[in-house]
Design a protein around this ligand. Structure first.
Ligand code: PHE
Length: 345
């Protein structure tokens, strides 16, 4: 009779354990079946009134049931603890798949990218970088470049005057005169990047302020072949090996002969297309052989020395290089424009 009761207890306990949903419920079950006040334990107190054989047998049975329930509880407890730990770890783990917070990274203005590249190309050819003031004397900006006061070519560069003799330089060419003055009759090989100013209507291709890179080389036996080879190398390095250049006759008061330099159009490769207006070429710079008057005025004997000079529009090169359609974009610092030039790693 008591044995049967024990079997019922064992079964009930096992059933409850299997249905338990968490460790708290298991603890309740443990309390219910194994605490001192539990029914199972109360059966222990009946042992005293039993005869020896019966006591031994029943005592052993109670212990067996107690052990069975304990084992089941422990097993189940371990399961729960494992699950609960996993859950806890899952909750506490850091989700590294979250996108990182973005930092606002700036970008080098394409103007500076191109300017630095041009400078690098000429440094590679042995040129030095020279500098000069943006507020310039008429003397250097015009006079020493063979543009006396009444010269009609001054009109093309009608400019911002500060006083009658002081102005915002209209080109980087005054640095030619300043450098020749400093070198005092010795060979010259310089480039000069810098800002220039002209009274221009601001539109997609003109700005009252823009930048040039001046180049000047003076030595003995310099001829126009040297100029062409130098600019050809520049064009290929800047725009690609396939580019050809062509020199067209032009006029500047400070060079003779003077040339405009064109490169073959990147869009059509020289066949002619809307980009190059059907000509196959795009103009990139002006240059020529230094005028004997300029050499003379700046302390060089034109019978001994000769040289070439050129002026490259930096924005123009950058516009061609990147297909930028409006010169004003270089100056507005619009982050959406600049971000297009961030080099992706
Ligand atoms: N200074 C000229 C200009 O601004 C460019 C140039 C430079 C031409 C040097 C010849 C030699 O248009």
């Amino acid at each position: 009779m008591e044995n049967e009761k024990l079997d019922v207890i064992a079964r009930e306990a096992e059933e409850e354990i299997s249905k338990a949903e968490n460790s708290e419920q298991l603890n309740e079950i443990r309390n219910k079946y194994l605490s001192k006040k539990s029914f199972l334990m109360s059966l222990m107190s009946t042992l005293g009134s039993m005869v020896a054989d019966q006591r031994k047998e029943f005592g052993a049975k109670i212990n067996a049931v107690k052990q069975r329930i304990t084992e089941r509880l422990d097993e189940k407890m371990k399961e729960f603890q494992k699950k609960e730990l996993e859950l806890k770890l899952k909750k506490e783990s850091i989700d590294i798949s979250l996108p990182a917070r973005e930092f606002n990274v700036g970008a080098k203005n394409p103007f500076h990218v191109v300017k630095d590249e041009i400078v690098d190309i000429f440094l590679g050819m042995g040129y030095e970088v020279a500098d000069g003031p943006e507020v310039e004397l008429d003397h250097y900006n015009f006079e020493l470049l063979n543009l006396p006061k009444d010269h009609p070519a001054r009109d093309m560069q009608d400019t911002f005057y500060i006083t009658e003799n002081l102005l915002l330089r209209t080109h980087t060419s005054p640095v030619q005169a300043r450098t020749m003055e400093k070198k005092a009759g010795k060979p010259v090989k310089i480039i000069c990047p810098g800002k220039t100013y002209r009274r221009d209507d601001d539109d997609a291709t003109h700005s009252h302020q823009f930048a040039q890179i001046e180049g000047l080389l003076i030595d003995k036996d310099i001829n126009i072949g040297h100029l062409k080879a130098t600019l050809e190398l520049f064009a290929k390095k800047m725009f690609g090996e396939k580019r050809e250049i062509r020199l067209r006759p032009s006029y500047f008061p400070f060079t003779e002969p003077s040339v405009e330099v064109d490169i073959t159009c990147a869009s059509c490769g020289g066949k002619g297309c809307p980009v190059c207006k059907g000509t196959g070429y795009i103009e990139i710079l002006g240059g020529g052989m230094v005028h004997p008057n300029v050499l003379k005025m700046n302390g060089y004997d034109p019978e001994v020395y000769s040289g070439f000079a050129f002026g490259i529009g930096i924005e123009r090169v950058a516009m061609l290089r990147y297909g930028i359609d409006d010169i004003r974009k270089f100056y507005t610092d619009d982050i959406r424009f600049l971000h297009q030039f961030i080099k992706k790693a």
